[in-house]
Design a protein around this ligand. Structure first.
Ligand code: 5GP
Length: 195
């Protein structure tokens, strides 16, 4: 990667499960539909209305490992037993065209990106407290108890990485959180509001 001179900016958003990252990102996409989000490769099954090529590039573990061998990833990690990775075609091709790109990846992937793109901006979204996060995860009732335990343990681990990020944004109030992230990615809301 050292021969790549990034021109667009790289922003990375990480958040423990249950922080409300999906809602925050959805709002950002509504306000700035032109922002380019990297679509990761993933080996898990699509959930709900998720679409391959839009939410993730869903693929089998065999296909994923073929891409690993062909050196098609900037980074990849195993999360909750599934493989997730940022494709060079999503990230490198975009920044060399001069476009900014946002990655929504886990904390280890974020630090890996920082090593390769020292100018990248790492943003950590956090819930007001770990207790609040546990309450949110439990309240959404989407996971079996075993899975819930796993997500809580993972959230605690992710939390411990927060001091390695350039910015931490607390998701206490959705609008305030979205506005803060928009300022960090140099895309303030250009209408209404109090910015
Ligand atoms: P989910 O299955 O809930 O969509 O994602 C599970 C975790 O994988 C989240 O923490 C998400 O940020 C992370 N993730 C998604 N895509 C990537 C990726 O390309 N690389 C890495 N390292 N993590 C990813």
């Amino acid at each position: 990667m050292s021969n790549v001179v990034p021109r667009g900016k790289v922003y990375v958003i990480s958040a423990p499960s249950g922080t409300g990252k999906t809602t925050v990102i959805k709002r950002i996409k509504e306000i700035h539909p032109e922002i380019r989000f990297s679509i990761s490769a993933a080996t898990r099954n699509p959930r709900g209305a998720e679409v391959s090529g839009k939410d993730y590039h869903f693929m089998s573990k065999t296909e994923f490992m073929k891409k690993v061998e062909a050196d098609e990833f900037v980074e990849w990690e195993e999360v909750f037993g599934n493989l997730y990775g940022t494709l060079k075609s999503e990230l490198v091709d975009t920044v060399i065209k001069g476009e900014d790109v946002i990655l929504e990846i886990d904390v280890k992937g974020a630090l890996n990106i920082k090593k390769q793109f020292p100018e990248s901006v790492l943003i950590f979204l956090q819930p007001p407290s770990i207790e609040e996060l546990i309450a949110r995860l439990t309240g959404r009732n989407t996971e079996k108890p075993e899975e819930l335990e796993r997500r809580i343990a993972r959230a605690e681990l992710e939390f411990s990485f927060s001091d390695k990020f350039d910015h931490c944004v607390i998701n206490n109030d959705l609008d305030a959180c979205v506005n803060e992230v928009l300022l960090l990615i140099s895309k303030p809301k250009t209408f209404g509001g109090n910015l």
